[in-house]
Write a protein that binds this ligand. Structure first.
Ligand code: NAG
Ligand code: NAG
Ligand code: NAG
Length: 491
């Protein structure tokens, strides 16, 4: 169940500011907005700086065709785009009604770029952040790469897919599901999910569930990827540079929530966290070098916040409460959390029933995406099914000291190490619930004081206590007195 990190009102104390880490070329850094590197929401800009109305604005009026068109600092991008789309059209001529052509893909790409960013609940201020990938995660992926890097298979792109120039520069995929590869499969995936979700939950402060993880994609010389947003429900994502052999860095162009482009270079061992459903991203400049290998990991929010208030980064709007979700009205958000709190105290998965059957929590009400999404999901969105927690987990979370003592007295010691689906042991649950008597008893009976959630990649009990109850709370003082360490995923 949603273990959690929730009890959000208290967790506000440790709201973190998550800003992007941007490698700037300080000598002449100049950003630009959409429709400059490629068509993103409209035509690509042909409003060159050398045109008379830009050079001598006092003498020449701006011709109407350039009204509201950003100045183009990158040269003739229209030519670059025309070449791309023409070679796509030559390559793919649909042979039946079910095959799409390049123009249909482009139409769809632009439409999604227009519709999604404005319709989504923003989880963070900028929408992306670069970090070092956690050492465990890096080791795991490096190992898989080392053993299988020459066994990638050509990636099958749909006929007419214009997002990547795969017909000129085919990509290969070292799939985590490829049974023929050493170390592939369930265990590897579980570890990657656990490590990545710990980091992304820390960053977004919402609970996440896995959506998609294919493997390591290898791009080769000349590859480009057009700026796009990911299809729902790929909302919170991480991309890790696994290995590269390049002559020049190959940055990912990322548009922050304010609409400005950034070149974010991630080198081997670095990781980019981004809200991939609303943050436009791509590789508009061709790869110079031999290869660039990266892995994408995607998650969907479950609808449970893990501690953020209205001056955090959720979209906030005063409106009719019946129409609002927890995510876009402070009042509804508080109510949902109060309901959650009371549900978890009673020992069952707390979920605001008002969210059932409606929109997913990450789509804004009355946004263009609302109609679009509902048209394709007439049955509505359901909070993902949760595995029921064990009796001991419920007892710990609700402070049932006697019940737990009884179980332990009967020799039922495995309850100390059992984990729920998020990797919480009962000590974590007792800390979340704020039950110091239970915490003390469990520690005295030998509970692992520094055990981490999320398969060993998440938080230690002390870190949870600090986050939930603040650095001076009795429970924190107690844990510190016992030698507990404050450990969590580092951003
Ligand atoms: C939200 O939390 C932050 C950090 O604790 C605090 O500074 C801010 O005042 C809070 N805002 C509201 C509206 O409660
Ligand atoms: C959220 O970010 C998108 C771009 O990613 C932007 O269009 C939208 O205005 C932002 N919403 C708010 C409330 O800032
Ligand atoms: C990104 O890099 C390209 C190639 O060096 C450069 O032309 C462009 O201006 C950069 N974009 C940003 C937003 O810095």
């Amino acid at each position: 169940m949603v273990t959690t990190i929730q009890f959000s009102l208290l967790a506000l104390l440790c709201l973190r500011l998550a800003g992007p880490t941007i490698a700037k070329d300080s000598s002449h850094f100049e950003t630009y907005g959409i429709d400059v590197s490629f068509p993103i929401q409209d035509r690509v800009s042909t409003n060159y700086a050398h045109l008379d109305h830009n050079k001598y604005p006092e003498k020449f009026d701006t011709p109407p065709m350039y009204d509201a068109m950003a100045v183009q600092p990158l040269g003739n991008r229209l030519q670059m785009y025309t070449d791309h789309i023409n070679s796509c059209r030559e390559q793919f001529v649909p042979s039946n009604e079910r095959e799409f052509n390049c123009d249909q893909f482009e139409y769809d790409r632009i439409l999604m770029n227009r519709r999604q960013p404005q319709s989504m609940v923003n989880l963070t201020e900028f929408g992306f952040k670069k970090i070092q990938s956690p050492p465990h995660l890096k080791k795991l992926i490096d190992q898989f790469w080392k053993e299988n890097k020459d066994k990638g298979k050509n990636e099958a792109w749909a006929s007419g897919n214009s997002y990547v120039n795969h017909w000129d520069s085919p990509t290969t995929l070292v799939s985590v599901d490829d049974r023929g590869l050493r170390g592939s499969g369930g265990r590897l995936k579980e570890h990657i999910w656990a490590a990545a979700s710990a980091v992304l939950e820390e960053w977004t402060q919402v609970e996440l569930q896995p959506c998609s993880l294919y493997g390591i994609r290898v791009y080769h010389e000349g590859a480009i990827m057009l700026p796009h947003v990911d299809r729902l429900p790929l909302v919170a994502s991480a991309v890790i540079n696994v290995a590269q052999d390049v002559e020049e860095d190959w940055p990912t162009e990322v548009y922050d929530h304010q609409g400005n482009a950034h070149n974010v270079t991630i080198r081997p061992g670095e990781m980019l966290l981004f809200e991939s459903h609303s943050v436009v991203h791509g590789h508009p400049f061709p790869l110079k070098g031999n290869f660039y290998a990266s892995i994408f990991i995607h998650f969907e929010p479950t609808g449970h916040t893990i501690g953020k208030n209205e001056s955090g980064f959720f979209y906030v709007k005063e409106e009719d409460q019946r129409k609002s979700s927890w995510s876009d009205s402070p009042k509804a958000w508080k109510d949902a959390n109060r309901e959650y709190l009371s549900n978890t105290k009673q020992g069952f998965g707390g979920q605001s029933s008002s969210m059932e059957g409606g929109l997913p929590p990450y789509i804004k009400r009355e946004s263009p995406e609302e109609d679009h999404w509902l048209a394709f999901h007439p049955e509505g969105w359901k909070t993902p099914e949760k595995i029921l927690p064990s009796e001991a987990h419920v007892a710990a979370k609700t402070g049932q000291l006697d019940e737990l003592e009884e179980k332990l007295k009967k020799g039922n010691r495995e309850i100390l190490v059992e984990r729920d689906e998020n990797g919480y042991q009962i000590l974590h649950q007792a800390v979340v619930g704020g039950f110091q008597d239970v915490v003390k008893m469990l520690v005295s009976k030998g509970a692992e004081i520094n055990a981490r959630t999320h398969g060993g990649y998440g938080e230690s009990p002390l870190r949870i206590a600090e986050r939930e109850y603040g650095p001076n709370s009795p429970i924190v003082k107690y844990l510190k007195g016992q030698g507990a360490l404050s450990i969590g995923p580092e951003l």
